[in-house]
Design a protein around this ligand. Structure first.
Ligand SMILES: NC(=O)c1ccc[n+]([C@@H]2O[C@H](COP(=O)([O-])OP(=O)(O)OC[C@H]3O[C@@H](n4cnc5c(N)ncnc54)[C@H](O)[C@@H]3O)[C@@H](O)[C@H]2O)c1
Ligand SMILES: [Zn+2]
Length: 377
């Protein structure tokens, strides 16, 4: 991978997450990585930080970040973990606690998560629990983390029986998004992030959905303006929803963000988090939720088709593969997902493009039927 250029240009877009004493800013700007040192110095008290990243990101974006910290008078080591979902395990988490102790971090230290959702979730979880909770800052480098995972304070590691099964709510002190980091992101990961962008359109914003339809080619071509707009808009949605319902309370709106995720997480868990990227599993999950909504006559076939068409145009799957686990296994996996409460399935289903609701009354047999009936590619 070539070293990435972080141009020091472009206006900053700022989105605030309003959570009283836990409020923070999301700053989106090309070249921002070079300013993270200065920004951090004014955001947190720590003059000692630990930057957690992975081996793909460290050599390209870690070094410029380390330099930026140094020039702001902040000392910080860079820890490079193995890339991939496999890092969201107890073993890697424990090794990170060991490093925190070895480095003499204390309650006034700060962790910096430089990476995708995996690094963000894991680092956030360590920050939530080390010394009963220390500061952390998100510097997301994947589209998925920029538009979703880095915002909102959900931190977690996986348990063999449940994706994100062990976790905590712990808000970052700031989210610094350098859209230039996307220049080095593999195509497949860019598309995976687009699944979450499409999600915001379907759950609550028909105009944004139409904007994505019109600007998809620019997004896929990594047009900086289009990407910045999509990131800002997605962050605004997420910030507002989280601001209203930080902890995904019963009857609150945060649950709507799980659209596509009940089916999607079951696919990921059943395949042991291998085979599909998170956004790909969510894309299939959105298509299956659309089908379930159609069977319940919640929305029109034309709307389901429009969503499916956009997912496909984004280069994402809408169907399971022939080789994927049996419908019964996938169905069983939906019950270990946190989207169930008291063993009761909950589905976020669209009633129109831009409108979704949580349904707790889907009979098991009806959900199983979707897994069974939907053709595989
Ligand atoms: N906390 C939340 O609210 C939330 C929301 C959505 C998803 N998630 C979690 O996020 C995770 C998925 O995140 P992800 O899709 O970002 O995957 P990821 O973190 O595994 O990153 C994807 C791949 O891209 C590489 N990479 C990252 N940035 C790069 C860059 N700029 N250039 C080159 N390579 C780069 C990584 O090394 C990795 O191999 C899942 O574990 C999911 O559960 C969390
Ligand atoms: Zn997701």
């Amino acid at each position: 991978m070539n070293s990435a250029s972080h141009s020091d240009s472009g206006a900053a877009r700022v989105v605030r997450v309003e959570l009283g004493p836990r409020s923070y800013e999301i700053r989106i700007q090309p070249g921002l990585l070079l300013k993270v040192g200065q920004l951090l110095a004014t955001t947190v008290k720590a003059r000692r930080v630990l930057v957690v990243t992975d081996r793909n990101i460290g050599p390209v974006h870690g070094r410029p970040l380390a330099k930026a910290l140094q020039s702001a008078g902040i000392s910080g080591d860079l820890i490079e973990l193995p890339p991939g979902e496999g890092a969201k395990t107890w073993e890697v988490c424990k090794s990170l606690y060991d490093i925190c102790f070895d480095q003499g971090l204390d309650r006034s230290s700060c962790l910096v998560a430089l990476g995708g959702g995996v690094i963000g979730d894991l680092t956030g979880f360590v920050a939530a629990t080390f010394m009963r909770g220390i500061d952390f800052v998100q510097v997301p480098t994947t589209l998925l983390a920029m538009v979703d995972a880095s915002v909102g304070g959900k931190t977690a590691i996986d348990h063999p029986r449940s994706k994100n099964g062990i976790g905590a709510f712990h808000q970052p002190r700031a989210v610094f998004i350098d859209s230039d980091a996307l220049k080095t992101l593999p195509d497949r990961d860019l598309k995976s992030g687009l699944a979450e962008v499409i999600k915001y359109g379907v759950i609550e914003d028909a105009a944004f959905f139409a904007w994505i339809e019109q600007n998809l080619a620019a997004l896929l071509a990594r047009d900086p303006e289009a990407l910045s707009y999509a990131i800002e808009h997605s962050c605004r949605s997420k910030a507002r929803i989280v601001g209203e319902d930080e902890r995904e309370s019963e009857g609150g709106n945060r649950a709507l963000l799980n659209y596509g995720h009940t089916f999607g997480h079951a696919i990921e868990a059943c395949l042991n988090y291998q085979g599909y990227l998170h956004g790909e599993a969510v894309a299939i999950g959105m298509a299956l939720a659309g089908e379930l909504a159609l069977r319940r006559k919640l929305w029109k076939p034309e709307e389901a088709e429009r969503v499916e068409k956009l997912i496909l145009r984004a280069g994402l799957p809408t169907k399971l593969r022939l080789s994927d686990p049996a419908p019964e296994l996938l169905h069983a996996a939906t019950f270990s997902d946190k989207k169930t409460r008291g063993g009761q399935l909950r589905f976020v289903l669209p009633t129109a493009i831009g409108k979704t609701a949580v349904f707790k009354d889907v009979p098991e047999a009806e959900a199983l039927k979707v897994w069974q009936d939907v053709p595989r590619a």
